[in-house]
Design a protein around this ligand. Structure first.
Ligand code: 5AD
Ligand code: SF4
Length: 479
């Protein structure tokens, strides 16, 4: 999936959460999550489904009876990391043969029973739309069978499931609003692993946000592969375009802009974020809603992928360089102080040196606050794998990527420097990683700020004057 925000895509780079859960007979579940924030959010749904059936959780692998790995297939490296992890779980299983090992998420969906048959690494394989079947699948393994459910659904949104926020800071939470993706970017495996796009009932989204706020949460991030194409028209079902709705469906429908407004109206003290936006779908109506509500944070993750119209075309992104640039201009006009981040791929099939230069000049124009940057990794069965040759030499990909990273580092520093001397409202999320004397929070624009703790505590909103910065962090004092 597209990168979601800073927190999310740090996850995509390989950090992990461990969610804990034991059932009636004392069974304990250990879950590790890799990949995008949608996976982390899904693991909370899995924990909820299992705890409902009497399982409990553990952070300690040694005492786990059931081990689940929620996996990512977006790049080859992500899958290699998971395979190595599964091998180490299998070593642990030698000492404890009754331990059950399961694979969840995108790798489960992509490889299906291969993981059971050829690689013999696991007992259970469950795709992203089949988590309700998990308790049943564990029972099958108890009966001496291997268990697989990789059926993709056109309706499942887990709307009625109240996620177990086990590793939360009690301040920020994620809410899934859509599942799947219909965009078919040619490089991307997500439409195959997460299935067709569907939108979740807005009432269930608003109720989840309200109950989080009532529990003391101060920020929600609405998640989807392409939040802008969110559209509810009265019943669970596949995505339709607004133009194709009947008059009756239109009258009952909720667009992403309308959903955001409803969530923003819950309370001015509840910050609202969203990810990921798609350049072809982000609407002016939505930008005006963003501008209207102070508590909708001024930060947009708007992945460009490439600065060349020809490459964008063969990526099937649905926009040109000029279209993307005009969306940037419109965003800056409607919400001047918005931060913008991106995802960029270096060395996609047939990319020339000139086209790579176009990506650099695009970056120069936008000066992203932040970017997730990758070299192209061919994924089996994607449209690109079937239609194009992965013909950019690895060394060239590497060099282009390092040029992109080098330029982005300059821009991140430049953008952070623009904040120095100004004061921002910061929501405190945690202690600083380096010192218990300092706290960490984010500005609405999603910049991380570190400042001396004073009498402040996690969950407070405070105004912080920015005194200095690095490329990654703002350093300030509370005013
Ligand atoms: N190779 C490299 N990067 C990819 N992404 C998706 N698929 C691939 C791939 N095959 C990147 C895109 C996307 C982000 C989440 O991962 O930039 O926005
Ligand atoms: Fe994002 Fe495109 Fe992949 Fe959909 S197909 S998840 S829009 S990169």
């Amino acid at each position: 999936m597209e990168g979601v925000n800073k927190v999310i895509d740090e996850a995509a780079q390989g950090s992990l959460t461990i969610i804990e859960s034991k059932n009636k007979d004392g069974r304990k579940v250990y879950i590790e999550s890799y990949g995008c924030q949608m996976n982390f959010s899904d693991s909370e749904i899995v924990a909820s489904i299992l705890t409902d059936k009497g399982f409990t959780t553990t952070r300690n692998l040694e005492e786990a009876d059931v081990v689940f790995v929620n996996t990512c297939s977006i790049r080859e490296k992500a899958e290699t990391t998971v395979r190595n992890r599964l091998k180490s779980f299998n070593k642990a299983k030698k000492q404890k043969p009754e331990m059950i090992i399961g694979v969840l998420g995108c790798m489960a969906e992509r490889l299906k029973s291969k993981l059971l048959e050829e690689e013999k690494l696991v007992d259970i394989v469950v795709g992203p739309d089949a988590y309700r079947d998990l308790p049943n699948l564990v029972n099958q393994v108890d009966d001496g069978k291997k268990a697989v459910n990789v059926i993709l659904s056109k309706e499942e949104t887990y709307a009625d499931i109240n996620p177990v926020r086990l590793l939360s800071n009690g301040v920020t939470a994620f809410i899934s609003i859509t599942r799947g993706c219909d965009n078919m970017c040619t490089f991307c495996v997500v439409p195959f692993t997460r299935g067709r796009e569907r939108s979740r009932n807005p009432e269930s989204i608003i109720n989840e946000a309200k109950s989080l706020f009532n529990e003391g949460y101060k920020e929600v991030t609405l998640l989807g592969q392409n939040v802008d194409s969110y559209l509810w028209y009265g019943e669970e079902g596949l995505k339709k375009n607004y133009e194709n709705l009947s008059e009756e469906e239109k009258s009952k429908s909720t667009t992403f802009a309308q959903l955001m407004e409803k969530v923003a109206l819950i309370s001015p003290k509840l910050r609202v974020r969203f990810s990921t936006s798609h350049p072809k779908d982000i609407s002016d109506e939505f930008l005006h809603i963003m501008a209207k509500y102070e508590n909708i944070c001024n930060y947009i993750h708007l992945p460009v992928q490439s600065g060349s119209s020809r490459v964008l075309d063969i990526m099937n992104r649905g926009y040109t360089r000029e279209w993307y640039l005009s969306r940037i201009d419109t965003i800056k006009k409607i919400i001047p102080d918005t931060s913008i981040s991106s995802d960029i791929i270096a060395g996609f099939c047939s990319e020339t040196e000139d086209e790579h230069e176009e990506t650099l000049s695009m970056m120069e124009y936008v000066k992203y606050d932040f970017a997730y940057m990758f070299s192209y990794s061919e994924r089996p069965n994607t449209l690109a794998q079937r239609k194009f040759e992965d013909d950019v030499d690895e060394q060239i990909k590497k060099r282009r990527l390092s040029e992109i990273i080098e330029l982005q580092n300059q821009h991140s520093l430049y953008r952070n420097q623009q904040h120095v001397g100004k004061t921002y409202e910061v929501l405190i999320e945690s202690y600083s990683k380096k010192s218990k004397e300092d706290l960490y929070g984010r500005t609405p624009q999603n910049s991380g700020v570190v400042f001396p703790k004073g009498n402040h505590k996690i969950g407070d909103y405070i105004n912080v004057h920015i005194d200095s910065c690095t490329g990654g962090t703002l350093i300030g004092t509370v005013v």
